[in-house]
Design a protein around this ligand. Structure first.
Ligand code: ACO
Length: 331
């Protein structure tokens, strides 16, 4: 847990990219035994974006990175590190961040991935804070990019209705005013890893004809168990991050939870006693875009002119691992 302290990092640019192609609930009705009504009531999702066949995660991340640098008024030469959070890398190696570095034409800046499930964007912010405040980096491009639809089994109604593709990004540097990251809380529990995982394709179960036939190269999830842990852990993370920043629930101007399920979002908002209008949600139009959901939300809030200087934002996420984290931030 990190306490409120004087030197901090701030976000100096936001942006995102989502593919044009839309897959709505009615399209899914034609693929598996489901209904628009079930999906909306159980998840809050109406439609999600799907990458084209020739796009990989780095293609989404490059677009998001470019837009974010432009929005920040920066060129690619102005950044000195690229971090990509993803659970759906282009390749096992090199890292997606290295493909992004090449695509952005970012010279030889260091670049690496972090694999933390849907919590990756917040873990990335925490990591970036350490690197910036120790002087190892000056200005970091942090991208959350996910292309889970290529890792999703479109014969499994338990998972295929949930995910979408997108990337969101921020530029991070040392704050020169009162704004920035106030506190964080981060945890993991590897004992629960197999409740949400992609079994094959790594060294545990390398690719074989059998692993393909058994559909082990698609993500698998025990949705109901994940749901219960997500509600519990997101509540814990939010309260701990607030405490570390010496803030009260009433101080929150915007609560930005990871967008996994509208019922998780609303349950966590209720636990924090945050009025519904202060709980940001865009799950209806993107589905669960994992690490991209929080940076996209930040960008949209800003674009909509809702974020005012001094606003207190609480970001909160839960994902595969399990991992969970929250960040309190003054805009
Ligand atoms: N359409 C219709 N019926 C369905 C569908 C569907 N798409 N999916 C499941 N059902 C059925 C089930 O088969 C079950 O039927 P049964 O009672 O006859 O067995 C019934 O609906 C209830 O199933 P549950 O799994 O109990 O449904 P639940 O209300 O839990 O909703 C869901 C399922 C949406 C997956 C939910 O559990 C969830 O959102 N879980 C959390 C996901 C999450 O948070 N992931 C976060 C991390 S993601 C990451 O890190 C990449």
């Amino acid at each position: 847990m990190k306490k409120n302290r004087k030197s901090r990092i701030k976000i100096t640019g936001t942006g995102y990219y989502a593919p044009d192609k839309i897959l709505n609930n009615f399209d899914l009705e034609k693929m598996v035994d489901t209904s628009d009504e079930w999906i909306i009531t159980r998840t809050g999702i109406k439609e999600r974006r799907i990458a084209s066949e020739d796009q990989a995660t780095s293609d989404l991340a490059i677009e998001a990175g470019r837009t974010t640098l432009k929005n920040a008024g920066l060129g690619v030469k102005d950044i000195d590190l690229i971090i990509v959070a993803t659970s759906s890398p282009d390749t096992i190696f090199p890292s997606t961040a290295c493909w992004v570095q090449k695509g952005l034409g970012a010279g030889h800046v260091p670049a690496f991935d972090i694999s933390v499930g849907c919590t990756g964007f917040l873990y990335g912010m925490i990591l970036a804070e350490g690197l910036i405040l120790t002087g190892a980096s000056k200005r970091i491009l942090l991208i959350g990019g996910e292309l889970l639809t290529k890792l999703t089994d479109y014969t499994d109604r338990n998972t295929c209705v949930l995910f979408g593709d997108a990337a969101g990004a921020v530029v991070l540097e040392e704050a020169d005013d009162e704004s920035g990251m106030l506190s964080y809380y981060w945890k993991a529990d590897g004992k629960l890893g197999d409740l949400l995982y992609l079994p094959a394709g790594g060294t545990r179960i390398p690719a074989t004809a059998q692993s393909v036939a058994q559909r082990l190269h698609y993500l698998q999830m025990k949705g109901n168990d994940v749901f219960k842990h997500a509600v519990k852990r997101m509540g814990e993370a939010a309260l701990e991050a607030l405490k570390a920043a010496r803030l009260k629930k009433e101080d929150i101007d915007y609560f930005i939870p990871h967008q996994a399920n509208i019922r998780i979002i609303e349950a966590t908002g209720k636990r924090l006693k945050v009025p519904r209008e202060k709980v940001y949600s865009n799950i209806h139009k993107y589905g669960n875009v994992s690490v991209a959901s929080i940076p996209i939300s930040l960008h949209e809030l800003q674009e909509e002119g809702k974020l005012k200087k001094g606003n207190i934002i609480l970001m909160d996420a839960f994902g595969a691992g399990f991992t969970w984290a929250a960040v309190a931030y003054r805009w």
